[in-house]
Design a protein around this ligand. Sequence first.
Ligand code: FES
Length: 165
Amino acid sequence: MKPELAPQVAGSLTDSRRKFLEKTGLSMTLSLFGMSFFTACSSTDDADPTTPPVGGGGGNGISVSGNTTTIDLNIQQGLQTAGNWLLITNTRTLVANVNGSFVALTSVCTHSGCFDSWTFGNNRFTCRCHGSVFDPSGQVLQGPANAPLQQFTTQVSGTSLIITR
Ligand code: FES
């Protein structure tokens, strides 16, 4: 059975750094104001499904103000490719490029609240905690979850993707 698509580094990491991170399973979760901040990831067909999300802060092109998250697509270039995605842990947000359109959902699983363990592939989000699967609009495709993920609005303005919760 082919493994579920796994998160990988979106944007600007070099191949060698990406391979290093894939092999070592390192994740980089930044702290800002004492809390976990951003985790960014994207998908490819051949990545190790156990690779944890990798992200950055400050220079990663993701900023939060109130209920609005803005992603600089020039920095998070990977998100411009269909099939790639991000998990922004501090705002509990999943973002994906689905066939050229952006979708954003809560990353708080409706089953039992896991928010930081997801994969995305074949336009489906899978919660790794117990295997619930959701479509890009948040509808449940497979339990144990039985309620949809909340969907957020997305808007592209210039080179920014704006997500409003
Ligand atoms: Fe997501 Fe259980 S918390 S499937």
